[in-house]
Design a protein around this ligand. Structure first.
Ligand SMILES: C[S@@+](CC[C@H](N)C(=O)[O-])C[C@H]1O[C@@H](n2cnc3c(N)ncnc32)[C@H](O)[C@@H]1O
Length: 239
């Protein structure tokens, strides 16, 4: 485990920035984050009436998109181990039929029986989980046979010219702006690019998803390759 991936520190960092998390997400991504989440929901193949789960749900933006796809007849649950993020998310989701229900839970120990969700998603969260493989396996465990997991993450763009321009923003400007608005708490916006650079690249992550037992693994990209969605299907037989 890398030092910053230590669960208590990660939880404390997100608790410290929870209040400004949403606004900074929208501003720093130039409002692209909403489209990325919708894209991930589509990739997860969510249909009306489905029972679906979003882990590391934070303030529930991806869970809200999942619930929109699952409709009033569906069931959407969001879980996160940071109470402050869950509390802010719960204020946002409302209580209409089909709205996400949120709860506090560790992605490494999900409080659900095996095979109960048609799709399980994670948005910008799996990078922070202390044990990547165990996190993916736990997502797959609670997915129904034939159901999908979808992992939405930042990655390193492949085109060298674009990568240079992007890195000026991502490695230099974003930490300054983010820490300024978030009050520099725990240097969270310095952690963001560092954690992305030390995370497996898209090819390695695809291999890891396969090693975790998922089938038909494919990788979709968005916005010049700065964001990926890794999709895998849980096989009918699961060890
Ligand atoms: C960058 S935020 C992403 C939030 C949301 N999914 C989104 O799309 O904006 C990462 C979230 O992962 C959560 N997290 C990290 N490790 C976790 C774990 N082991 N179990 C549950 N949540 C975790 C953090 O508390 C944080 O809310």
């Amino acid at each position: 485990m890398q030092p910053m991936q230590e669960p208590a520190r990660i939880r404390g960092m997100f608790a410290a920035i929870a209040g400004t998390y949403d606004v900074l997400n929208h501003v720093l991504s130039l409002n692209q984050d909403k489209g990325w989440r919708r894209f991930a929901v589509k990739a997860a193949g969510v249909r009306p009436g489905d029972r679906v789960l979003d882990v590391c749900t934070g303030t529930a933006d991806l869970a809200i998109e999942l619930a929109a796809a699952a409709g009033a007849g569906g069931t959407t649950i969001g879980t996160d181990f940071c109470e402050e993020m869950v509390r802010l998310g719960s204020d946002k989701v409302g209580d209409e039929r089909g709205a996400p229900r949120l709860g506090v839970a560790d992605t490494l120990r999900l409080p659900f029986r095996s095979g109960v969700f048609r799709a399980v998603t994670v948005g910008f969260g799996i990078r922070n989980v202390a044990d990547l493989r165990s996190g993916i396996r736990e997502m797959a465990r609670v997915t129904a046979p034939g159901g999908r997991i979808a992992i939405l993450e930042f990655t390193q763009p492949a085109n060298p010219l674009f990568r240079f321009v992007y890195y000026v923003y991502f490695l230099i400007l974003l930490p300054i702006l983010g820490n300024l608005v978030a009050g520099g708490k725990r240097n969270a916006y310095g952690y963001l690019p560092r954690s992305v650079l030390s995370f497996p690249d898209r090819h390695e992550l695809a291999r890891i998803v396969e090693e975790c037992g998922l089938e038909d693994v494919h990788v979709l990209t968005q916005t010049f390759g700065i964001v990926t969605v890794h999709v895998g299907t849980r096989p009918e037989s699961w060890a």
